[in-house]
Design a protein around this ligand. Structure first.
Ligand code: ZN
Length: 52
């Protein structure tokens, strides 16, 4: 099983955990398409801004 480090208590926990079982730190759900959509919109906005 893949492990990730908890940013709150620095303990190694399973990557599929939605929150840390040791300190209860809640991980933000990974939604890459929202991130890429936001980046794409920002690029489009900047292009429109600089072209005109
Ligand atoms: Zn933790």
């Amino acid at each position: 099983m893949m492990k990730k480090e908890c940013p709150s208590c620095a303990m190694e926990i399973a990557t599929d955990c939605k929150e840390c079982p040791i300190c209860g730190y809640g991980f933000v759900e990974q939604t890459p398409w929202i991130k890429w959509t936001a980046i794409l919109l920002l690029i489009i906005f900047l292009l429109i801004y600089f072209i005109r």
